[in-house]
Design a protein around this ligand. Structure first.
Ligand code: HEM
Length: 139
């Protein structure tokens, strides 16, 4: 990757074992430098902080995923066109969850699928009641 504009230079090694083992202090170090930093030792930019990251992930016109989202160009090439390495509308198409075959399809489609769904909803509701960290939409 080419360094295209001046961003504060960060000296940390993002892939060092110490970073992987204890990342939070490193994230703070990066964020203290700015919302975008240049990781000199890893030869790449990093977007820091939740808000900056979410807004860039939602801006596919500027931050396209079509050519890949990995730091490894070989992996990027292999995954082009997948749900990972694509932008809308292709991305939305590949992410559609309707039409799965978890219950089979056609004449031998699962006869108990509606009962199974009901059981799963009931299970998730009971779990959500017991675990305050788990939030279900609309509850
Ligand atoms: C998460 C739960 C379940 C999953 C993932 C599941 C999945 C499946 C799948 C994939 C098939 C199709 C097999 C094939 O193509 O030959 C199937 C068939 C079937 N399932 Fe389920 N099932 C579940 C729960 C249930 C329950 C709760 C019942 C009954 C109360 C049930 C009754 C049946 C029956 C009778 C068939 C045979 C349908 C036929 O061959 O015509 N299933 N299930």
């Amino acid at each position: 990757m080419k360094k295209t504009q001046a961003a504060p230079i960060c000296e940390i090694d993002f892939y060092a074992e110490s970073t992987i083992r204890k990342p939070v202090p490193v994230y703070h170090q990066m964020l203290d430098l700015g919302t975008v930093v240049w990781l000199e030792r890893n030869d790449m930019h990093a977007i820091c902080g939740h808000e900056a990251l979410v807004s860039s992930l939602r801006n596919h016109q500027v931050f396209s995923s079509a050519k890949g989202v990995s730091v490894d160009d070989e992996i990027n090439k292999v995954l082009i066109g997948s749900s990972l390495n694509s932008d809308p509308p292709q991305h939305d198409e590949s992410r559609k969850t309707t039409g799965h075959v978890g219950f089979g399809a056609g004449v031998h489609a699962c006869l108990g699928m509606n009962l199974a769904r009901l059981e799963m909803i009931s299970l998730l509701n009971s779990l959500a009641d017991k675990c305050s960290l788990l939030k279900l939409p609309g509850r």
